[in-house]
Design a protein around this ligand. Structure first.
Ligand code: PLP
Length: 408
C-alpha cells in the first residue's frame, strides 16, 4: 500500500468563513439527530417556516419545464432579462438594456462573478461591517482585500461617508453597500446614498449594491435604488427571487449594470465571458421572473400592519424591551433583527460563547455578531421568520441564558 498524503485544501480558504451555516449549525444538526427540537433562527430561508412562493411563480416554472431542456443564453432568459431591465429603468437606472442584465443561480453566484470580473491581486474592496459574509468571502477568494467601514448601532447602523472616504487607497476598486441591510435591517436614506455616490465618483470606485431585500420594508420605510442616485456612474444592482418572492430554493438572482456605456463596456464584456464559462443559469426557474416582476410584490401583505413579518418584528422588539440585558435598533427592512447585549450587563462579552450556550442550554440557534465580520461584537442575529408564538418563547430562553451569564 503506497503512503498517501492527505489532500490539502487551498490556502485561500484559511481566511474564508460562513458561520451562518458553520460550526454552530453543525452542532445544532447533531443535537437534532439525537432527538432534540432546535429552534433554528440562523438562516433567512422563508420556505422553512411555512412561507410559500406565490402560486403564479410556481405555475410559471411548472408550465415551462418542457421548454427547459437546453442550455440557454449565458446572461439569462431574454423575457426574464427584459422584465428586470424594465424594473431597473423604472427605478431610474441609466443605460440598462438586456445586455446589461445577468441572471445567475442566486445572487450568491453573481456576487462572486462581479468581483471575479473586477479584482487584481491586492485590490481593495470597501465592505460594511457587519456584512453579509459572502461579500468578504468572495473578495478574498478573488484575491482582493476587504477594507471594512463600520455601521454602528449608535448611528442606527448607517455608514459614515467620511469614514469610508478615509479608507480609500490607490488600490481601492469598489464600494459595496447592502440596502436594505442584512444583518442590521437598516434602510439607507437618499441623502446618505448621495454622499456615498459622491465618494465613489471622487475615487472612481465601482458601486456594488446588494438590494436583495428591496421590497421587504416595515413601518413606512422607503427603499431608494442606488442606480438612480448613481446616474452615469458604473453601478451594479443585485436582486432576486429568494427573499421578496420567498423562493430561495429556485436559486434565481440577477444583477443589473447601469451607468455610462463608455465606462462599463469592458467590465460588461468581462462579466459576459465569466457567465459564458459556466454556460447558463438553471433555465426552468427563470420563467418565474416575468410574473414576479409584472405583479405587485406579495411580500407587502406580510410586512404591512397585521402581516406575519410585521407581527414578528413587533414581538422581537417587545422581547428585547422586556429584557434588561438587550437593546435593538428596530429593523426598517429585511428579514432579521440584530439585537445588542448591553455592555453594562457584561463588560467583556463573548458572542460565540453566548450563542453556544443558547444552543446547548436552551436549544435556540442564532448567529453571533462576529460572524458578520465585526470584531468583538455584542450582537447576535435572528430571523423574523418563525411563527410569533415561537419568537416569544425564544426571548424567554435568551433572557434565561443572559441572566445566568450575568450572575456567574
Ligand atoms: N445577499 C444578501 C444580503 C443575502 O442576505 C443573501 C441571502 O441570505 C444573498 C445575497 C444570497 O441570496 P441568493 O439566495 O439569491 O443567493
Amino acid at each position: 500500500m503506497p503512503v498517501v498524503a492527505s489532500i490539502k485544501p487551498s490556502a485561500h480558504l484559511a481566511e474564508v468563513r460562513y458561520e451562518i451555516r458553520g460550526a454552530l449549525n453543525r452542532r445544532a444538526r447533531d443535537m437534532e439527530a439525537s432527538g432534540l427540537d432546535i429552534i433554528k433562527l440562523n438562516i433567512g430561508n422563508p420556505g422553512r417556516y411555512g412561507f410559500e412562493a406565490p402560486a403564479h411563480l410556481r405555475e410559471a416554472v411548472a408550465s415551462h419545464l418542457h421548454q427547459s431542456d437546453a442550455y440557454g443564453h449565458e446572461q439569462g432568459l431574454e423575457l426574464a432579462r427584459e422584465a428586470i431591465a424594465e424594473q431597473q429603468r423604472a427605478r431610474g437606472a441609466r443605460g440598462v438594456d438586456i445586455e446589461h442584465i445577468f441572471i445567475g443561480n442566486g445572487v450568491s453566484e453573481l456576487i462572486d462573478l462581479s468581483l471575479r470580473a473586477l479584482l487584481q491581486p491586492g485590490d481593495e474592496v470597501l465592505l460594511p461591517s457587519p456584512d453579509y459574509p459572502l461579500w468578504s468571502a468572495a473578495t478574498i477568494l478573488n484575491d482582493g482585500t476587504p477594507r471594512y467601514y463600520r455601521c454602528l448601532a449608535e448611528n442606527d447602523h448607517l455608514p459614515d461617508p467620511d469614514e469610508i472616504e478615509a479608507l480609500v487607497t490607490p488600490r481601492t476598486r469598489a464600494l459595496v453597500l447592502i440596502n436594505p441591510n442584512n444583518p442590521t435591517g437598516a434602510v439607507y436614506p437618499r441623502a446618505l446614498l448621495e454622499r456615498l455616490v459622491a465618494v465613489a465618483a471622487r475615487h472612481k470606485l465601482l458601486l456594488l449594491c446588494d438590494e436583495i431585500y428591496d421590497e421587504v420594508l416595515y413601518d413606512g420605510a422607503v427603499f431608494q435604488p442606488l442606480a438612480e442616485v448613481a446616474g452615469d456612474l458604473p453601478c451594479v444592482s443585485f436582486g432576486g427571487l429568494s427573499k421578496v418572492h420567498r423562493a430561495c430554493g429556485y436559486r434565481v438572482g440577477w444583477m443589473s449594470l447601469s451607468g455610462s456605456h463608455a465606462l462599463t463596456a469592458d467590465y460588461r464584456d468581462a462579466l459576459q465571458l465569466l457567465a459564458a464559462l459556466r454556460l447558463c443559469a438553471n433555465m426552468a426557474v427563470q420563467w418565474a421572473v416575468p410574473p414576479a416582476l409584472h405583479s405587485a410584490p406579495t411580500i407587502n401583505a406580510l410586512t404591512a400592519a397585521g402581516g406575519r413579518l410585521h407581527e414578528a418584528r413587533r414581538l422581537v422588539m417587545e422581547g428585547v424591551a422586556a429584557s434588561r440585558h438587550l437593546d435593538l435598533v428596530a429593523p426598517a427592512g429585511a428579514l432579521y433583527a440584530f439585537p445588542r447585549v448591553r455592555a453594562e450587563s457584561f463588560g467583556e462579552f463573548d458572542d460565540n460563547a453566548f450563542a453556544l450556550r443558547l444552543l446547548e442550554e436552551e436549544s435556540v440557534l442564532v448567529v453571533p455578531g462576529s460572524s458578520f465580520n465585526v470584531p468583538r461584537s455584542h450582537h447576535f442575529r435572528l430571523t423574523l421568520l418563525p411563527p410569533p408564538a415561537q419568537l416569544m418563547e425564544v426571548f424567554v430562553r435568551i433572557d434565561r441564558v443572559l441572566e445566568r451569564m450575568a450572575s456567574e
